[in-house]
Design a protein around this ligand. Structure first.
Ligand code: ME8
Length: 535
Protein backbone atom coordinates (compact mmCIF):
# COMPACT_ATOMS: atom_id res chain seq x y z
CA UNK A 1 0.00 0.00 0.00
CA UNK A 2 1.21 3.50 -0.82
CA UNK A 3 2.88 5.39 1.99
CA UNK A 4 0.81 8.31 3.26
CA UNK A 5 2.07 11.84 3.48
CA UNK A 6 0.18 14.81 4.91
CA UNK A 7 1.70 18.26 4.39
CA UNK A 8 0.32 21.64 5.43
CA UNK A 9 1.17 25.31 5.00
CA UNK A 10 0.21 27.81 7.69
CA UNK A 11 -3.27 29.14 7.13
CA UNK A 12 -2.63 32.76 6.17
CA UNK A 13 -4.44 35.82 7.47
CA UNK A 14 -6.55 37.30 4.70
CA UNK A 15 -5.98 40.75 6.14
CA UNK A 16 -4.52 41.87 2.81
CA UNK A 17 -3.69 40.23 -0.52
CA UNK A 18 -0.88 37.64 -0.54
CA UNK A 19 2.70 38.58 -1.44
CA UNK A 20 5.72 36.67 -2.69
CA UNK A 21 6.51 35.53 0.89
CA UNK A 22 3.22 33.63 1.14
CA UNK A 23 3.75 32.32 -2.37
CA UNK A 24 7.18 31.10 -1.30
CA UNK A 25 5.94 28.87 1.53
CA UNK A 26 3.01 27.53 -0.47
CA UNK A 27 5.16 26.81 -3.52
CA UNK A 28 7.74 24.94 -1.46
CA UNK A 29 4.98 22.77 0.00
CA UNK A 30 3.53 22.22 -3.46
CA UNK A 31 6.94 21.11 -4.74
CA UNK A 32 7.32 18.71 -1.80
CA UNK A 33 3.79 17.36 -2.28
CA UNK A 34 4.22 16.88 -6.03
CA UNK A 35 7.60 15.23 -5.46
CA UNK A 36 6.07 12.67 -3.09
CA UNK A 37 3.13 12.05 -5.44
CA UNK A 38 5.53 11.48 -8.29
CA UNK A 39 7.20 8.79 -6.20
CA UNK A 40 3.89 7.04 -5.57
CA UNK A 41 2.99 8.35 -2.11
CA UNK A 42 -0.62 8.88 -1.12
CA UNK A 43 -0.45 12.64 -0.49
CA UNK A 44 -2.80 15.14 1.11
CA UNK A 45 -1.71 18.76 0.78
CA UNK A 46 -3.61 21.35 2.82
CA UNK A 47 -3.52 25.12 2.70
CA UNK A 48 -6.09 27.74 3.58
CA UNK A 49 -6.97 30.89 5.47
CA UNK A 50 -7.16 31.97 9.09
CA UNK A 51 -10.15 34.26 8.83
CA UNK A 52 -11.05 35.28 12.37
CA UNK A 53 -9.61 37.82 14.77
CA UNK A 54 -9.56 41.41 15.76
CA UNK A 55 -7.32 42.56 12.94
CA UNK A 56 -9.71 41.24 10.28
CA UNK A 57 -12.65 42.80 12.11
CA UNK A 58 -10.90 46.17 12.23
CA UNK A 59 -9.79 46.04 8.59
CA UNK A 60 -13.35 45.19 7.53
CA UNK A 61 -14.78 48.05 9.61
CA UNK A 62 -12.30 50.45 8.03
CA UNK A 63 -13.48 49.34 4.60
CA UNK A 64 -17.15 49.54 5.55
CA UNK A 65 -17.90 45.89 4.83
CA UNK A 66 -18.73 42.91 7.06
CA UNK A 67 -15.80 40.74 8.12
CA UNK A 68 -17.27 37.87 6.07
CA UNK A 69 -17.47 40.05 2.95
CA UNK A 70 -13.95 41.20 3.63
CA UNK A 71 -12.47 37.69 3.88
CA UNK A 72 -14.57 36.39 0.99
CA UNK A 73 -13.05 39.01 -1.25
CA UNK A 74 -9.48 38.39 -0.14
CA UNK A 75 -9.80 34.63 -0.19
CA UNK A 76 -10.30 34.82 -3.95
CA UNK A 77 -7.02 36.71 -4.24
CA UNK A 78 -5.28 33.83 -2.49
CA UNK A 79 -6.90 31.06 -4.53
CA UNK A 80 -6.26 32.99 -7.77
CA UNK A 81 -2.62 33.33 -6.90
CA UNK A 82 -2.42 29.63 -6.10
CA UNK A 83 -3.95 28.88 -9.50
CA UNK A 84 -1.42 31.15 -11.18
CA UNK A 85 1.43 29.49 -9.27
CA UNK A 86 0.08 26.05 -10.27
CA UNK A 87 -0.43 25.05 -6.65
CA UNK A 88 -2.29 21.74 -6.53
CA UNK A 89 -3.69 21.57 -3.01
CA UNK A 90 -5.98 18.73 -1.92
CA UNK A 91 -8.16 21.03 0.17
CA UNK A 92 -8.45 24.71 1.02
CA UNK A 93 -9.66 25.28 4.56
CA UNK A 94 -11.23 28.56 5.65
CA UNK A 95 -11.79 28.91 9.37
CA UNK A 96 -15.19 30.53 8.75
CA UNK A 97 -16.48 27.32 7.17
CA UNK A 98 -19.13 25.55 9.29
CA UNK A 99 -17.15 22.29 9.20
CA UNK A 100 -14.34 24.08 11.02
CA UNK A 101 -16.37 26.27 13.38
CA UNK A 102 -18.56 23.39 14.63
CA UNK A 103 -15.53 21.23 15.29
CA UNK A 104 -13.68 24.00 17.11
CA UNK A 105 -16.70 24.33 19.41
CA UNK A 106 -16.64 20.59 20.12
CA UNK A 107 -12.91 20.73 20.81
CA UNK A 108 -13.30 23.72 23.12
CA UNK A 109 -16.13 22.05 25.05
CA UNK A 110 -14.14 18.88 25.45
CA UNK A 111 -11.17 20.80 26.80
CA UNK A 112 -13.43 22.65 29.25
CA UNK A 113 -14.98 19.36 30.40
CA UNK A 114 -11.55 17.84 30.92
CA UNK A 115 -10.39 20.82 32.96
CA UNK A 116 -7.72 21.75 30.40
CA UNK A 117 -9.47 25.08 29.85
CA UNK A 118 -10.70 27.22 32.77
CA UNK A 119 -12.34 30.64 33.14
CA UNK A 120 -10.35 33.49 34.67
CA UNK A 121 -9.45 37.00 33.64
CA UNK A 122 -6.59 38.39 31.71
CA UNK A 123 -4.54 41.53 32.10
CA UNK A 124 -1.72 41.93 29.71
CA UNK A 125 -0.01 43.79 26.94
CA UNK A 126 -1.74 43.07 23.67
CA UNK A 127 -0.49 43.61 20.15
CA UNK A 128 -3.44 43.92 17.78
CA UNK A 129 -1.24 43.34 14.77
CA UNK A 130 0.26 40.06 15.97
CA UNK A 131 -2.93 39.10 17.83
CA UNK A 132 -0.73 38.20 20.78
CA UNK A 133 -0.54 39.03 24.42
CA UNK A 134 2.93 39.72 25.77
CA UNK A 135 4.36 39.89 29.27
CA UNK A 136 5.81 42.97 30.95
CA UNK A 137 9.36 41.75 30.28
CA UNK A 138 8.63 41.00 26.65
CA UNK A 139 7.28 44.47 25.84
CA UNK A 140 10.06 46.25 27.76
CA UNK A 141 9.95 49.77 29.18
CA UNK A 142 8.75 51.26 25.88
CA UNK A 143 5.83 48.85 25.63
CA UNK A 144 6.54 47.69 22.10
CA UNK A 145 5.57 44.36 20.58
CA UNK A 146 8.66 42.13 20.54
CA UNK A 147 7.55 40.62 17.23
CA UNK A 148 6.61 43.62 15.09
CA UNK A 149 7.80 46.62 17.13
CA UNK A 150 4.40 48.32 17.23
CA UNK A 151 3.07 49.86 20.49
CA UNK A 152 1.04 47.41 22.58
CA UNK A 153 -2.02 48.22 24.69
CA UNK A 154 -2.90 47.08 28.22
CA UNK A 155 -6.01 44.92 28.33
CA UNK A 156 -8.10 43.37 31.04
CA UNK A 157 -10.96 41.03 30.22
CA UNK A 158 -12.64 37.83 31.41
CA UNK A 159 -11.07 35.00 29.47
CA UNK A 160 -10.63 31.27 29.27
CA UNK A 161 -7.16 29.86 29.70
CA UNK A 162 -5.50 26.69 28.54
CA UNK A 163 -3.61 24.98 31.36
CA UNK A 164 -0.16 24.66 29.81
CA UNK A 165 1.55 23.53 32.98
CA UNK A 166 -0.29 20.21 32.72
CA UNK A 167 1.54 19.32 29.52
CA UNK A 168 4.98 20.96 29.73
CA UNK A 169 6.72 17.76 30.85
CA UNK A 170 5.08 15.73 28.10
CA UNK A 171 6.30 18.28 25.61
CA UNK A 172 9.95 18.02 26.60
CA UNK A 173 9.70 14.21 26.59
CA UNK A 174 8.21 14.32 23.11
CA UNK A 175 11.05 16.56 21.81
CA UNK A 176 13.57 14.11 23.24
CA UNK A 177 11.87 11.12 21.72
CA UNK A 178 11.58 12.81 18.29
CA UNK A 179 14.81 14.64 17.56
CA UNK A 180 13.47 15.74 14.16
CA UNK A 181 10.22 17.11 15.48
CA UNK A 182 11.40 20.72 15.12
CA UNK A 183 13.78 21.40 12.26
CA UNK A 184 16.13 23.12 11.88
CA UNK A 185 17.52 22.16 15.31
CA UNK A 186 18.34 25.78 16.28
CA UNK A 187 14.62 26.51 16.37
CA UNK A 188 14.11 23.79 18.95
CA UNK A 189 16.80 25.18 21.26
CA UNK A 190 15.16 28.57 21.05
CA UNK A 191 11.78 27.13 22.08
CA UNK A 192 13.22 25.16 24.99
CA UNK A 193 15.43 27.94 26.40
CA UNK A 194 13.27 30.97 25.70
CA UNK A 195 9.81 29.66 26.41
CA UNK A 196 9.67 26.29 28.14
CA UNK A 197 12.52 26.39 30.66
CA UNK A 198 11.53 29.78 32.17
CA UNK A 199 8.09 28.22 32.82
CA UNK A 200 5.14 28.28 30.47
CA UNK A 201 2.33 30.66 31.24
CA UNK A 202 -1.19 29.40 30.66
CA UNK A 203 -2.45 30.45 27.26
CA UNK A 204 -5.41 32.75 26.84
CA UNK A 205 -7.90 31.00 24.53
CA UNK A 206 -10.94 33.28 24.42
CA UNK A 207 -11.78 36.97 23.96
CA UNK A 208 -14.71 39.17 24.82
CA UNK A 209 -13.36 42.41 23.38
CA UNK A 210 -14.24 41.55 19.79
CA UNK A 211 -16.84 39.35 18.19
CA UNK A 212 -15.30 38.07 14.95
CA UNK A 213 -14.51 34.52 16.00
CA UNK A 214 -16.01 31.13 16.79
CA UNK A 215 -18.55 31.68 19.59
CA UNK A 216 -17.83 29.80 22.84
CA UNK A 217 -21.01 27.77 23.41
CA UNK A 218 -20.48 27.62 27.16
CA UNK A 219 -20.32 31.37 27.60
CA UNK A 220 -21.98 33.79 25.16
CA UNK A 221 -19.89 36.88 24.54
CA UNK A 222 -16.65 34.89 24.37
CA UNK A 223 -15.12 33.94 21.05
CA UNK A 224 -12.37 31.36 20.71
CA UNK A 225 -8.98 33.01 20.70
CA UNK A 226 -7.48 32.83 17.30
CA UNK A 227 -4.66 30.28 17.88
CA UNK A 228 -6.87 27.50 19.21
CA UNK A 229 -9.17 28.24 16.31
CA UNK A 230 -6.32 28.44 13.79
CA UNK A 231 -4.15 25.47 14.75
CA UNK A 232 -7.01 23.01 14.80
CA UNK A 233 -7.53 23.60 11.07
CA UNK A 234 -5.00 20.85 10.46
CA UNK A 235 -7.45 18.27 11.79
CA UNK A 236 -10.82 19.89 11.08
CA UNK A 237 -9.94 19.93 7.37
CA UNK A 238 -9.51 16.15 7.53
CA UNK A 239 -12.96 15.67 9.03
CA UNK A 240 -12.05 15.27 12.72
CA UNK A 241 -15.25 14.83 14.81
CA UNK A 242 -17.34 15.12 11.64
CA UNK A 243 -19.64 12.65 9.88
CA UNK A 244 -17.10 11.86 7.20
CA UNK A 245 -13.80 11.44 8.99
CA UNK A 246 -12.22 9.10 6.46
CA UNK A 247 -9.41 11.52 5.63
CA UNK A 248 -8.72 12.05 9.30
CA UNK A 249 -8.40 8.30 9.82
CA UNK A 250 -6.27 7.95 6.72
CA UNK A 251 -3.83 10.85 7.08
CA UNK A 252 -3.79 11.63 10.80
CA UNK A 253 -4.74 8.60 12.86
CA UNK A 254 -2.77 6.08 10.87
CA UNK A 255 0.60 5.88 12.67
CA UNK A 256 2.27 5.18 9.32
CA UNK A 257 1.13 8.46 7.83
CA UNK A 258 3.90 11.03 7.85
CA UNK A 259 2.61 14.43 8.97
CA UNK A 260 4.61 17.57 8.21
CA UNK A 261 3.71 21.15 9.06
CA UNK A 262 5.72 23.75 7.17
CA UNK A 263 5.71 27.19 8.80
CA UNK A 264 7.67 30.44 9.01
CA UNK A 265 9.81 31.20 12.06
CA UNK A 266 7.31 33.79 13.30
CA UNK A 267 4.83 31.12 14.33
CA UNK A 268 7.16 28.42 15.65
CA UNK A 269 6.08 28.86 19.26
CA UNK A 270 2.45 28.18 18.43
CA UNK A 271 3.19 25.10 16.36
CA UNK A 272 5.80 23.48 18.56
CA UNK A 273 4.47 24.31 22.02
CA UNK A 274 0.72 24.91 21.98
CA UNK A 275 -0.27 22.67 19.10
CA UNK A 276 1.37 19.55 20.58
CA UNK A 277 -0.34 20.34 23.88
CA UNK A 278 -3.75 20.69 22.24
CA UNK A 279 -3.18 17.35 20.53
CA UNK A 280 -2.27 15.82 23.87
CA UNK A 281 -5.53 17.10 25.35
CA UNK A 282 -7.41 15.47 22.49
CA UNK A 283 -5.37 12.27 22.91
CA UNK A 284 -4.25 12.48 19.31
CA UNK A 285 -0.89 11.59 17.83
CA UNK A 286 1.73 14.26 17.14
CA UNK A 287 2.89 15.34 13.71
CA UNK A 288 6.26 13.93 12.66
CA UNK A 289 7.75 17.28 11.94
CA UNK A 290 7.36 21.01 12.15
CA UNK A 291 9.68 22.39 9.51
CA UNK A 292 10.56 26.05 10.00
CA UNK A 293 11.42 27.76 6.73
CA UNK A 294 13.17 31.11 6.48
CA UNK A 295 11.78 34.39 5.30
CA UNK A 296 12.01 35.83 1.86
CA UNK A 297 13.08 39.40 2.36
CA UNK A 298 13.53 42.49 0.27
CA UNK A 299 16.75 44.42 0.57
CA UNK A 300 15.12 46.70 3.15
CA UNK A 301 13.97 43.87 5.39
CA UNK A 302 11.16 41.38 5.84
CA UNK A 303 8.59 41.44 3.11
CA UNK A 304 5.30 42.20 4.75
CA UNK A 305 1.85 43.38 3.89
CA UNK A 306 1.92 46.13 6.48
CA UNK A 307 5.30 47.53 5.42
CA UNK A 308 4.21 47.63 1.81
CA UNK A 309 7.62 46.42 0.58
CA UNK A 310 6.16 43.47 -1.26
CA UNK A 311 6.46 42.22 -4.79
CA UNK A 312 3.63 40.40 -6.43
CA UNK A 313 4.21 37.07 -8.13
CA UNK A 314 1.88 37.97 -11.02
CA UNK A 315 4.09 40.25 -13.13
CA UNK A 316 6.98 37.80 -12.62
CA UNK A 317 4.84 34.87 -13.77
CA UNK A 318 3.53 36.87 -16.70
CA UNK A 319 6.96 37.86 -17.94
CA UNK A 320 9.06 34.80 -17.12
CA UNK A 321 6.55 31.97 -16.76
CA UNK A 322 5.46 30.16 -13.64
CA UNK A 323 8.26 27.59 -13.85
CA UNK A 324 10.93 30.27 -13.60
CA UNK A 325 9.33 31.74 -10.47
CA UNK A 326 8.95 28.30 -8.89
CA UNK A 327 12.52 27.37 -9.78
CA UNK A 328 13.86 30.61 -8.35
CA UNK A 329 12.16 29.94 -5.02
CA UNK A 330 13.46 26.41 -4.69
CA UNK A 331 17.00 27.05 -5.84
CA UNK A 332 17.84 30.49 -4.55
CA UNK A 333 17.01 30.19 -0.86
CA UNK A 334 18.24 27.03 0.89
CA UNK A 335 15.03 25.72 2.44
CA UNK A 336 15.21 26.66 6.13
CA UNK A 337 17.37 29.78 5.60
CA UNK A 338 16.37 33.37 5.06
CA UNK A 339 16.83 34.80 1.59
CA UNK A 340 16.71 38.17 -0.09
CA UNK A 341 14.87 38.75 -3.33
CA UNK A 342 16.92 40.75 -5.81
CA UNK A 343 16.27 41.27 -9.52
CA UNK A 344 19.93 40.42 -10.24
CA UNK A 345 19.73 36.99 -8.62
CA UNK A 346 16.36 36.28 -10.15
CA UNK A 347 17.66 36.93 -13.68
CA UNK A 348 20.93 35.14 -12.95
CA UNK A 349 19.09 31.96 -11.84
CA UNK A 350 17.01 31.90 -15.00
CA UNK A 351 19.96 32.51 -17.27
CA UNK A 352 22.48 30.30 -15.56
CA UNK A 353 20.37 27.32 -14.57
CA UNK A 354 17.36 27.30 -16.81
CA UNK A 355 18.56 28.83 -20.09
CA UNK A 356 22.24 27.83 -20.12
CA UNK A 357 22.02 24.54 -18.31
CA UNK A 358 18.79 22.59 -18.78
CA UNK A 359 17.47 24.62 -21.73
CA UNK A 360 20.75 24.29 -23.55
CA UNK A 361 20.96 20.54 -22.93
CA UNK A 362 17.50 19.93 -24.36
CA UNK A 363 18.21 22.10 -27.37
CA UNK A 364 21.59 20.58 -28.19
CA UNK A 365 20.50 16.99 -27.63
CA UNK A 366 17.36 17.18 -29.74
CA UNK A 367 19.17 19.05 -32.55
CA UNK A 368 22.02 16.54 -32.64
CA UNK A 369 19.72 13.49 -32.64
CA UNK A 370 17.86 15.03 -35.58
CA UNK A 371 21.07 15.91 -37.38
CA UNK A 372 22.96 12.65 -36.87
CA UNK A 373 20.18 10.06 -36.63
CA UNK A 374 17.22 11.55 -38.45
CA UNK A 375 15.57 12.15 -35.05
CA UNK A 376 15.58 8.51 -33.88
CA UNK A 377 17.10 7.93 -30.43
CA UNK A 378 19.78 5.21 -30.77
CA UNK A 379 19.67 2.10 -28.57
CA UNK A 380 21.31 2.57 -25.20
CA UNK A 381 24.57 0.67 -24.70
CA UNK A 382 26.79 1.07 -21.69
CA UNK A 383 30.56 1.50 -21.59
CA UNK A 384 31.31 2.65 -25.14
CA UNK A 385 32.81 6.02 -24.20
CA UNK A 386 35.13 6.35 -21.20
CA UNK A 387 32.71 8.85 -19.56
CA UNK A 388 29.53 6.77 -20.07
CA UNK A 389 29.73 4.78 -16.86
CA UNK A 390 30.50 7.84 -14.80
CA UNK A 391 27.43 9.62 -16.14
CA UNK A 392 25.24 6.58 -15.45
CA UNK A 393 26.60 6.22 -11.92
CA UNK A 394 26.10 9.90 -11.30
CA UNK A 395 22.46 9.59 -12.31
CA UNK A 396 21.89 6.59 -10.05
CA UNK A 397 23.68 8.17 -7.09
CA UNK A 398 21.95 11.46 -7.79
CA UNK A 399 18.59 9.72 -7.67
CA UNK A 400 19.39 8.13 -4.31
CA UNK A 401 20.54 11.46 -2.92
CA UNK A 402 17.55 13.24 -4.39
CA UNK A 403 15.19 10.86 -2.60
CA UNK A 404 17.06 11.00 0.70
CA UNK A 405 17.38 14.78 0.68
CA UNK A 406 13.75 15.24 -0.33
CA UNK A 407 12.59 12.96 2.48
CA UNK A 408 14.64 15.04 4.88
CA UNK A 409 13.03 18.22 3.44
CA UNK A 410 16.40 19.43 2.17
CA UNK A 411 14.52 20.56 -0.88
CA UNK A 412 17.07 23.00 -2.31
CA UNK A 413 19.87 20.44 -2.06
CA UNK A 414 17.71 17.70 -3.53
CA UNK A 415 17.09 19.71 -6.69
CA UNK A 416 20.70 20.87 -6.84
CA UNK A 417 21.61 17.15 -7.20
CA UNK A 418 19.51 16.98 -10.35
CA UNK A 419 20.98 20.17 -11.76
CA UNK A 420 24.46 18.77 -11.13
CA UNK A 421 23.67 15.85 -13.38
CA UNK A 422 22.43 18.28 -16.03
CA UNK A 423 25.69 20.26 -15.77
CA UNK A 424 27.67 17.03 -16.01
CA UNK A 425 25.76 16.10 -19.15
CA UNK A 426 26.62 19.44 -20.77
CA UNK A 427 30.25 18.81 -19.88
CA UNK A 428 29.95 15.27 -21.29
CA UNK A 429 29.01 16.82 -24.62
CA UNK A 430 32.17 18.92 -24.58
CA UNK A 431 34.30 15.91 -23.62
CA UNK A 432 32.88 13.43 -26.12
CA UNK A 433 32.64 16.08 -28.90
CA UNK A 434 29.87 14.42 -30.95
CA UNK A 435 30.51 16.82 -33.88
CA UNK A 436 33.98 15.22 -34.21
CA UNK A 437 32.64 11.67 -33.76
CA UNK A 438 30.13 12.35 -36.55
CA UNK A 439 32.92 13.03 -38.98
CA UNK A 440 34.53 9.63 -38.40
CA UNK A 441 32.55 6.60 -39.70
CA UNK A 442 34.58 4.36 -37.33
CA UNK A 443 33.06 6.18 -34.36
CA UNK A 444 29.39 5.58 -35.05
CA UNK A 445 28.98 3.40 -31.93
CA UNK A 446 30.48 6.16 -29.80
CA UNK A 447 28.16 8.73 -31.34
CA UNK A 448 25.11 6.51 -30.78
CA UNK A 449 26.08 6.04 -27.17
CA UNK A 450 26.51 9.75 -26.56
CA UNK A 451 23.06 10.52 -27.97
CA UNK A 452 21.38 7.70 -26.04
CA UNK A 453 23.02 8.88 -22.82
CA UNK A 454 21.98 12.47 -23.38
CA UNK A 455 18.40 11.45 -24.09
CA UNK A 456 18.44 9.43 -20.85
CA UNK A 457 19.58 12.52 -18.93
CA UNK A 458 16.72 14.53 -20.45
CA UNK A 459 14.20 11.96 -19.26
CA UNK A 460 15.84 11.91 -15.83
CA UNK A 461 15.88 15.71 -15.50
CA UNK A 462 12.39 16.10 -16.97
CA UNK A 463 11.09 13.64 -14.39
CA UNK A 464 12.97 14.80 -11.30
CA UNK A 465 12.40 18.49 -12.02
CA UNK A 466 8.70 17.97 -12.77
CA UNK A 467 7.56 19.01 -9.26
CA UNK A 468 9.05 22.44 -10.02
CA UNK A 469 8.87 22.79 -13.80
CA UNK A 470 5.20 21.98 -14.10
CA UNK A 471 4.90 23.43 -17.61
CA UNK A 472 8.32 22.75 -19.11
CA UNK A 473 8.77 19.24 -17.88
CA UNK A 474 5.95 17.97 -20.12
CA UNK A 475 7.64 19.91 -22.95
CA UNK A 476 10.86 17.96 -22.31
CA UNK A 477 8.97 14.66 -22.53
CA UNK A 478 7.24 15.83 -25.70
CA UNK A 479 10.61 16.64 -27.25
CA UNK A 480 11.67 13.03 -26.50
CA UNK A 481 8.64 11.84 -28.47
CA UNK A 482 6.90 10.50 -25.37
CA UNK A 483 3.13 10.55 -25.07
CA UNK A 484 1.67 11.58 -21.73
CA UNK A 485 0.74 8.09 -20.56
CA UNK A 486 4.26 6.83 -21.26
CA UNK A 487 5.93 8.92 -18.59
CA UNK A 488 6.55 7.29 -15.24
CA UNK A 489 8.92 7.57 -12.32
CA UNK A 490 9.66 3.85 -12.66
CA UNK A 491 11.74 4.59 -15.75
CA UNK A 492 13.85 7.37 -14.31
CA UNK A 493 17.06 5.32 -14.49
CA UNK A 494 15.72 2.69 -16.87
CA UNK A 495 18.21 3.78 -19.49
CA UNK A 496 17.03 1.80 -22.49
CA UNK A 497 13.48 3.09 -22.16
CA UNK A 498 13.80 5.65 -24.95
CA UNK A 499 15.34 3.36 -27.60
CA UNK A 500 13.88 4.05 -31.03
CA UNK A 501 11.67 6.99 -30.07
CA UNK A 502 11.63 9.95 -32.45
CA UNK A 503 12.51 13.32 -30.97
CA UNK A 504 10.54 16.46 -31.78
CA UNK A 505 12.08 19.91 -31.88
CA UNK A 506 9.97 22.25 -29.77
CA UNK A 507 10.25 25.91 -28.87
CA UNK A 508 13.28 27.02 -26.94
CA UNK A 509 12.64 25.89 -23.35
CA UNK A 510 13.99 28.95 -21.53
CA UNK A 511 15.20 31.78 -23.77
CA UNK A 512 18.23 33.58 -22.44
CA UNK A 513 17.37 36.93 -20.88
CA UNK A 514 19.02 40.27 -21.49
CA UNK A 515 20.16 40.76 -17.89
CA UNK A 516 20.32 44.57 -17.76
CA UNK A 517 16.93 44.99 -19.43
CA UNK A 518 15.19 42.41 -17.26
CA UNK A 519 16.66 43.70 -14.02
CA UNK A 520 15.19 47.09 -14.88
CA UNK A 521 11.83 45.53 -15.65
CA UNK A 522 11.76 43.76 -12.27
CA UNK A 523 12.76 46.93 -10.46
CA UNK A 524 9.74 48.59 -12.03
CA UNK A 525 7.52 45.79 -10.74
CA UNK A 526 8.94 46.35 -7.27
CA UNK A 527 8.22 50.07 -7.48
CA UNK A 528 4.64 49.46 -8.63
CA UNK A 529 2.00 51.16 -6.48
CA UNK A 530 1.25 49.12 -3.39
CA UNK A 531 -2.29 48.17 -4.35
CA UNK A 532 -1.18 47.03 -7.79
CA UNK A 533 1.74 45.08 -6.38
CA UNK A 534 -0.56 43.33 -3.94
CA UNK A 535 -3.11 42.44 -6.60
O1 ME8 B 1 0.76 33.87 11.01
N1 ME8 B 1 8.82 35.14 3.57
O2 ME8 B 1 -0.60 34.10 9.14
P1 ME8 B 1 0.27 35.06 8.20
C1 ME8 B 1 8.49 33.85 3.67
N2 ME8 B 1 -2.59 33.00 10.44
N3 ME8 B 1 7.34 33.43 4.20
C2 ME8 B 1 6.50 34.33 4.66
C3 ME8 B 1 6.77 35.72 4.60
C4 ME8 B 1 7.99 36.11 4.01
N4 ME8 B 1 8.35 37.37 3.89
N5 ME8 B 1 5.73 36.37 5.13
C5 ME8 B 1 4.84 35.43 5.52
C6 ME8 B 1 -0.28 33.66 10.40
N6 ME8 B 1 5.30 34.20 5.23
C7 ME8 B 1 -1.34 32.76 11.03
C8 ME8 B 1 -0.90 31.33 10.88
S1 ME8 B 1 -1.25 28.71 11.19
C9 ME8 B 1 -2.27 27.72 12.10
C10 ME8 B 1 -1.81 30.33 11.50
C11 ME8 B 1 4.64 32.92 5.48
O3 ME8 B 1 -0.62 35.49 7.10
C12 ME8 B 1 5.35 32.12 6.57
O4 ME8 B 1 5.11 30.75 6.34
O5 ME8 B 1 0.94 36.10 9.00
C13 ME8 B 1 4.66 32.60 7.82
O6 ME8 B 1 4.76 31.69 8.91
C14 ME8 B 1 3.24 32.71 7.34
O7 ME8 B 1 3.35 33.18 5.99
C15 ME8 B 1 2.45 33.68 8.20
O8 ME8 B 1 1.31 34.07 7.55
Amino acid sequence: MAKKFYITTPIYYPSAAPHLGHAYCTTMCDVIARGKKMRGYDVFFLTGLDEHGEKIQKNAEAKGVTPQQFVDEISVRFTSLWDAMEIKYSDFIRTTQPRHEKTVQKIFSRMVEQGDIYLSSYTGWYCVHEESYWTETQVGPEHLCPECGRPVEKKDEPAYFYRCSAYAEDLLRMYDANPNFITPESRKNEMVHTFIEPGLQDLCVSRTSFSWGVPVLENPGHVVYVWLDALTNYITALGYLQDDDSNFKRYWEDPDSEIVHVIGADITRFHTIYWPMFLNSLKLRQPNRVFVHGLLMMKDGKMSKSRGNTISAYPLIERYGVDAVRYYMVSEVPFGDNGTFTPEQFVMRINQDLANNIGNLVNRTVSMIIKYFGGVIPAFVSGVNPQDKELEEMMKDGLRHYEMLSDDLKVTEAYAEVMNVVSRANKYIEETAPWALAKDPEKSKELESVMAHLAAVLYYAGMLLSPILVKKSPAIFASLGLEEGKVSYDHVVDFGYLNGLTVVKGDQLFPRLDAAKEEEAIKEMMAAPKEKAAA
